[in-house]
Design a protein around this ligand. Structure first.
Ligand SMILES: Cc1ncc(COP(=O)(O)O)c(C=O)c1O
Ligand SMILES: N[C@@H](CCOP(=O)(O)O)C(=O)O
Length: 461
């Protein structure tokens, strides 16, 4: 299995090299040269299997010879051992044909743990084999950062620097990143918004001297391994509801497009998915793009679902690559145009996108009203990201089961949840003392040279 860049100019890499490299050297994102397909019989055979067994069956064809079967099984087992629910990703029925897929039972209470816990184990296995050490720099709008810190804290061969937008994450999200005491963890509160953080991260990857000098690695969903790990729960949930014999649809609260792109991969692998619905908050660039055909950046307006406050939706590039017939030059051209504000999608690719995805948006008022209504009618207290998705999913209910991804625990956003429904969601016991711990954070400017100097200075040699 080889991985190619969405911009067509970088060398093909193996799974392990693509994972350790993060961003391709031409600025593109790695995707598999071919998507392995599972037959209906292969999918039927997943019924009754544990999450870990499904994870092995779904991901194994993508990893090539990076790990033996036994090594990979052990890595998967360690990754999910710390989850607080034996099903790992349980389904909860909301209505006759509407289900929530709860993805917040991992250590940091967000869906990011599914991929980050696995990547943590994969990196450790790879680094202990090679004897190398790496510097991870990540950009977060709230959840990736804490999940990365949890997965890599205390490791002797990794430094982890997390850029988050100052003042634009919830207090719980911030404390998750600023209270760990391990010396290899560096929380950086940057001036600007998430797009600025992600842009500086990509700038670091595109500075080859810096990249080589600090042995830069990335664990955002620019890293293919992140997307791959997220494909698994599409299979586990669809099979639980009758796949391959019954179609299902998914609604996914979307920001950086990694999670819904994982659903797209599941569909390409043969999972019978009828609709993949993109749910956006008021920062609705993806919804507008599907409606108008123009990807046009707007000002990011802070919302109660801060992890989705994004304009430059990184993984959309992977979808465009497929829709443009895997033409790297065409994608490179679009990404060049994006630097000056946006681009128009040609008719054929746009039709492809519209056949593959549908979309919707929820305003702040609609998000709050959904939290209130769901608490009153079902007793389920939703996080704002999930509420955005539930609102949009309800507009797409049809004859097949709709699975809405519930991406974070409501206790990560207590102020917004309490304001919406009057319930103050409490943190699980393992995080109960989060508010009493001292914070350690460095305020940094939105300045590439200053950030690179800080990483150089702080990382352990
Ligand atoms: C809670 C939550 N929901 C939804 C999203 C959006 O996911 P993605 O960026 O993969 O589209 C994020 C951020 O990634 C998140 O943290
Ligand atoms: N919403 C994310 C933004 C980064 O997304 P990623 O999936 O590319 O890591 C967050 O919570 O940080």
């Amino acid at each position: 299995m080889h991985y190619i860049s969405t911009r067509g100019q970088a060398p093909e890499l193996s799974f392990e090299d693509a994972m350790m490299t993060g961003l391709a050297r031409d600025g593109g994102l790695f995707v598999p040269a071919e998507i392995p397909v599972m037959s209906p019989d292969d999918i039927a055979a997943l019924a009754g299997k544990s999450y870990e067994e499904i994870a092995f069956a779904v991901m194994r064809p993508f990893i090539g010879d990076a790990f033996t079967d036994d090594e990979f099984k052990a890595i998967i087992a360690r990754a999910y051992a710390g989850f607080r629910h034996s099903a790992r990703a349980p389904l909860v029925q909301l209505d006759q044909n509407h289900f929530l897929l709860e993805l917040f039972h991992g250590p940091t209470l967000a869906f990011k743990d599914f991929a980050m816990q696995l990547i943590g184990q994969l990196f450790q296995a790879s680094l202990s084999r090679s004897g190398k050490r790496v510097t991870i720099v990540g950009a977060t709008s709230g959840d990736t950062g804490s999940a990365a810190i949890e997965a890599f804290k205390g490791l002797s061969n990794v430094d982890v620097f997390i850029l988050f937008p100052h003042g634009r994450v919830s207090e719980i999200q911030r404390r998750q990143m600023t209270t760990p005491t391990e010396s290899n963890v560096h929380a950086l509160a940057m001036d600007g918004d998430f797009d600025d953080c992600q842009a500086r991260l990509k700038d670091m990857f595109n500075d080859f001297d810096f990249r080589e000098g600090v042995k830069l690695a990335g664990v955002n969903s620019i890293n293919w391994a992140r997307v791959l790990a997220q494909v698994v729960y599409y299979f586990s949930s669809a099979v639980a509801l009758g796949a391959p014999y019954r179609e299902v649809s998914f609604t996914v609260p979307t920001g950086n497009f990694g999670d819904i792109f994982a659903g797209y991969i599941a569909k390409k692998m043969g999972l019978p998915i009828r609709e993949l619905v993109i749910a956006t908050n008021q920062n609705d660039i993806l919804h507008r793009t599907l409606v108008t055909g123009a990807y046009t950046k707007a000002e990011t307006i802070p919302s109660s679902s801060p992890s989705m406050d994004i304009q430059v939706s990184s993984n959309f590039e992977r979808a465009l690559f497929d829709m443009y017939g895997r033409d790297g030059n065409a994608v490179a051209q679009l990404m060049e145009e994006l630097k000056s504000g946006g681009f128009k999608i040609s008719q054929g690719p746009l039709e492809g996108l519209r056949e593959t995805f549908t979309s919707g948006r929820a305003s702040e008022e609609e998000c709050a009203a959904t939290i209130k209504e769901m608490a009153a009618t079902t007793g389920h207290v939703l996080c704002p990201h999930t509420a955005v998705a539930v609102k949009v999913a309800k507009e797409h209910l049809g004859s097949v089961p709709m699975i809405t991804l519930s991406t974070a625990h409501p206790a990560k956003f207590p102020a917004a949840v309490e304001a919406a429904c009057g319930v103050h969601p409490t943190l699980p016991a393992h995080m109960a003392d989060l508010g009493n711990k001292p914070e350690r954070v460095t305020r940094v400017p939105n300045d590439l040279a200053a950030l690179m100097a800080l990483v150089h200075e702080r990382r352990a040699l």
